[in-house]
Write a protein that binds this ligand. Structure first.
Ligand SMILES: Cc1ncc(COP(=O)(O)O)c(C=O)c1O
Length: 360
């Protein structure tokens, strides 16, 4: 059984929450690319979530995660990622705004120059984080370095807690059931924008429904919220989650756990259940690897910038947009379809190390 937007909003209102962004984010038709590609292509500008300059998908998640930290009386939040992690930067900003001290453990996938910090790492320091860079060991994979960083964070938390301080340990990507509530809520917002003429934040006529929705996928938290929201609302939209890295066999199970966890938090576990069949995880566009630019991604970035004046990033949203274009070109998206690209942000990376950005 599906719920109305008002019913879901009522349930979300009972959750711990702080305001960080400005919603609804803009939703409009990309007229030039729609003509080029033969589909009705729309964009939801979650790169404009606010209220710092850089937006992105973490703002929605952090409204619930920082809300939880505040409601639990935490003085510190911890989180993890790569040194150029958007999530870490956004968490630091959101915590600082709400008087919570941010501490991050960042794995050096690309070695930062500590005397010449760039992009997100530079912002991390300006927003006032305590930063611990976790150097990659000889022959170590990113996943192994990440696991080591989680362990170091947990040990740090244990030390602070032994001294009587309260900490919230936020997983990488903000990927827990509270974080995914942010994207469940985004689907409510999207439906409201399509249903009601008031406050749509658009300059386009909007369709009654989208046949396809594409977005970039990393930890899986955004996908979990989108899929849970879509099912709870009874939306008939095919959701494609394009990964920025290779994901293992356990990934669908952990994403469904997040989605069902979010539904449970708002008391909707009996309304619907998310299974692996609800997920379309597209791993065809991340190569050659995480934080490694691809020719296809670079072409997608140039296309969206040149035709619509919008920047997607080389690590996440550019590769997801490349997935969408490839599905149109190869006929997997039929001509004339209503297609939505959810822009999850990430443009700060254009100011990061050259090996992440690639050649333009
Ligand atoms: C710009 C951007 N898009 C998409 C994602 C993926 O979001 P998620 O980790 O929720 O899958 C991230 C994650 O860091 C991101 O920074």
């Amino acid at each position: 059984m599906s719920l109305t937007t008002a019913e879901i909003r009522n349930k979300l209102a009972a959750m711990p929450h702080v305001d960080l962004g400005f919603f609804p984010t803009p939703l409009y038709r990309l007229d030039n690319l729609s003509e080029d590609l033969g589909v009705n292509l729309f964009i939801k500008r979650d790169d404009f979530t606010g209220s710092n300059l850089f937006g992105g998908n973490k703002t929605r998640k952090l409204e619930y995660l920082i809300g939880l930290a505040k409601a639990s009386g935490c003085e510190y939040v911890f989180t993890y990622g790569a040194t150029q992690s958007n999530h870490a930067m956004q968490t630091i900003w959101a915590a600082a705004k709400h008087n919570i001290k941010p501490i991050v453990y960042l794995a050096a996938v690309v070695e930062p120059d500590m005397d010449d910090l760039k992009a997100n790492m530079l912002l991390d320091t300006i927003f006032g984080a305590e930063i611990h860079v976790v150097e990659m060991l000889e022959g170590e994979s990113f996943e192994d370095a990440e696991r080591r960083s989680f362990k170091m964070g947990k040990e740090h938390i244990a030390r602070l807690e032994a001294d009587g301080h309260k900490c919230l340990d936020i997983p990488m990507g903000g990927a827990n059931a509270y974080g995914s509530l942010g994207y469940l809520q985004m689907m409510v917002e999207l439906t409201e924008q399509m249903q009601s003429p008031a406050g749509r934040n658009t300059f386009s006529e909007l369709p009654q429904k989208f046949d396809f929705l594409y977005h970039a996928c990393g930890s899986g938290g955004t996908m979990a919220g989108i899929v849970a929201g879509a099912k709870l609302l009874g939306m008939d939209t095919e959701i494609h989650s394009v990964t920025a890295m290779g994901v293992g066999d356990s990934y669908p199970a952990s994403a469904t756990r997040l989605a069902n966890g979010s539904l449970e938090l708002i008391g909707c576990e009996n309304e619907c259940e998310i299974t692996a069949d609800d997920l379309i995880i597209d791993q065809n566009h991340y190569a050659p690897g995480y934080e490694q630019p691809s020719e296809e991604g670079t072409e997608a970035i140039r296309l969206l910038a040149g035709r619509e004046g919008i920047l997607v990033d080389p690590v996440y949203s550019g590769k997801a947009f490349a997935g969408l274009i490839s599905d149109v070109r190869e006929g997997r998206i039929p001509q004339g379809s209503n297609v939505l690209f959810v822009h999850t942000g990430g443009a700060t990376v254009f100011f990061a190390e050259k090996e992440i950005i690639g050649q333009f």
